[in-house]
Design a protein around this ligand. Structure first.
Ligand code: PHB
Ligand code: FE
Length: 331
């Protein structure tokens, strides 16, 4: 998912920049500073430090997905919770040690206000050779003093079909037309297109695409894109390599379909972070992730996943009050 209306300026007077050339950002009582290696998050009473690569990869997802469903944790301490219209930004809220010492800190912001700060921070703090959506082996590093920017990478545009890709007047996705090459890890994925035999008179209403071929040319990792919408059912295709840059805490059930290769998931209790299980998904496996867990995936080799999200806005509340079990099926 790539956000729309990304519109920030990185033209900032030098006096507003720190010694390393980066802009500082402030919202509420949170202050964000970047240096050559770290993002420093200052909040009343303390500071939390996150390595800059970890921070920028997580930040890029949080803004691209509009704060996503439920909780997006950048690490075991810092993250955001989507309240759909507002966002809670927290330190230690979902960390058992912080909670028992009463060291958690939370502030609530209008989503659009936090989004504006995060957009600007991502644009200003991403140097020219770093792409936070790329696999580590396919991008330069984010380190050092401020040098250039990479708006092309952090501002990828969403391509939205009106009815279906390939129909007359609609988007085209075909090898060669999008300028993307088959990724080295997917060299064995056939690129042939489906055969179509529409009934006479329906030639302009029926299309088919080779989704595997399309995904094999994706230049992003861990960035689900909606490929079908049927009422609240969103099927989101994505290619994964290395580590999911956020830890996702569910506020509803979410399904994963492993389309190729293998991903290992760490599953933890959503609130305390206590390890719950290891989930190994091989090609063809399907898993329902319960509404009361958080999870992070590890993909040793680039792989393809279909994430199935339920966009019904009543679900978080119905889970929170216990009307729904955290599981889709009780056996
Ligand atoms: C997830 O939170 O389940 C998730 C997020 C991004 C992905 C895949 C899965 O690319
Ligand atoms: Fe998830």
């Amino acid at each position: 998912m790539i956000r729309e209306n990304f519109n920030v300026s990185t033209v900032v007077p030098p006096q507003l920049r720190n010694k390393q050339g980066y802009q500082n950002f402030q919202i509420g009582q949170f202050r964000f500073e970047r240096d050559e290696y770290f993002a420093q998050i200052l909040y009343p009473g303390n500071r939390h430090i996150v390595p800059i690569e970890t921070f920028l990869r997580a930040l890029a997802r949080d803004v691209a997905w509009g704060f996503f469903y439920g909780t997006v944790s950048f690490d075991a301490i810092f993250g955001t919770i989507n309240r759909y219209g507002t966002v809670e930004m927290f330190i230690g809220l979902h960390n058992a040690a912080y909670r028992s010492a009463h060291k958690e800190y939370v502030e609530t912001f209008a989503s659009k206000d936090l989004r504006r700060v995060f957009d600007s921070m991502l644009a200003d703090w991403t140097n020219q050779e770093f792409d936070p959506f790329a696999a580590p082996g396919e991008t330069g590093t984010p380190y050092g003093r401020k040098h250039g920017d990479n708006l092309k990478a952090v501002d990828r545009e969403r391509s939205a079909a009106k009815r279906m890709v390939g129909l007359p007047g609609d988007l085209k996705i075909r090898a060669g037309s999008d300028g993307l090459e088959v990724n080295r890890s997917f060299a064995d994925v056939p690129q042939d297109q489906p055969e179509l035999h529409p009934e006479p008179g329906f030639e302009d209403q029926v299309r088919a695409v080779n989704l595997f071929a399309h995904m094999s040319r994706s230049d992003t990792t861990w960035n689900p894109s909606v490929v079908s919408v049927v009422q609240d059912s969103l099927l989101c295709a994505t290619t994964e390599e290395y580590v999911l840059p956020i830890i996702h805490g569910n506020d509803r059930v979410e399904w994963l379909v492993q389309l190729s290769d293998e991903i290992i998931w760490d599953i933890e209790d959503k609130i305390t972070g206590m390890p719950a299980c290891k989930l190994v998904m091989k090609a063809g496996d399907v898993a329902a992730l319960p509404a009361d867990i958080r999870h992070r995936g590890y993909a040793p080799k680039r792989s393809m996943v279909l994430v199935w999200e339920n966009n019904d806005g009543t679900l978080p509340h119905r889970h929170a009050v216990g009307e729904l079990t955290p599981y889709p099926v009780v056996f």
